[in-house]
Design a protein around this ligand. Structure first.
Ligand SMILES: [Zn+2]
Length: 207
């Protein structure tokens, strides 16, 4: 069995990652999971190892984790919603054509094994083209420009944009020396896995 390096980090959501690097397994868990009961930690270990070795995930373990995560996330979200509601810039996830929570959940299942904690999602106030999307770590909120909430905007475009912001959740900003590393090598490699990357980028260039 390879050696394990496990650490709890200050994620604003329930982010969990596992990597095999130079024969060592690195696990990062959100500090929101730090007080979780042992059975939940056990379930997380099972899910992560199954993902790493591409083995089936036991349904009971998955359920145990999901149940804990939703209750922990709900408690955490309640606080954040309160913070966000006090903020005039919160317009909610429901657009005219796309519902950001629905898009987020489908991407979470397709690309993240359902393991990303859902942050606050909101459309922007304006049809902004200078800022298409950003993740505000302090408010744990992803803001998406309304330019993507139109019938002429294909689903892959908003999916790509949200996928990019979700990678920011998964790969928090690190300091490399004195420089903030926003789009790390791992970030870019994972972004390249998006199936319609080329089409999405060309749509965005034409906005
Ligand atoms: Zn970015």
């Amino acid at each position: 069995m390879p050696p394990f390096a496990v650490r709890f980090r200050r994620f604003t959501s329930l982010n969990t990652t596992i990597r095999l690097r130079e024969g060592e397994i690195h696990v990062s868990l959100s500090d929101l999971l730090e007080g979780a009961p042992e059975s939940v930690i056990h379930a997380i270990a099972h899910i992560l190892l199954a993902k790493l070795y591409k083995k089936p995930i036991d349904a009971a373990q998955n359920l145990r984790y999901k149940r804990f995560a939703s209750s922990a996330a709900v408690a955490h979200q309640t606080e954040l919603v309160r913070a966000a509601r006090g903020n005039k810039r919160f317009f909610g996830p429901e657009g005219r054509f796309y519902h950001l929570e629905e898009v987020f959940d489908s991407l979470n299942t397709r690309f993240f094994g359902g393991l990303l904690g859902r942050p606050q999602l909101t459309w922007s106030e304006q049809f902004a083209k200078h800022s298409l999307g950003h993740y505000d770590a302090a408010l744990n909120t992803i803001v998406v420009s309304r330019v993507f909430d139109r019938p002429s905007s294909p689903r892959y475009a908003i999916e790509y944009l949200l996928y990019h912001e979700m990678l920011h959740l998964k790969h928090p900003v690190r300091m490399r020396g004195l420089r903030r590393c926003v789009h790390s090598r791992e970030f870019k490699a994972e972004e390249a896995l998006f199936p319609q990357l080329k089409e999405a980028l060309s749509f965005i260039r034409r906005l």
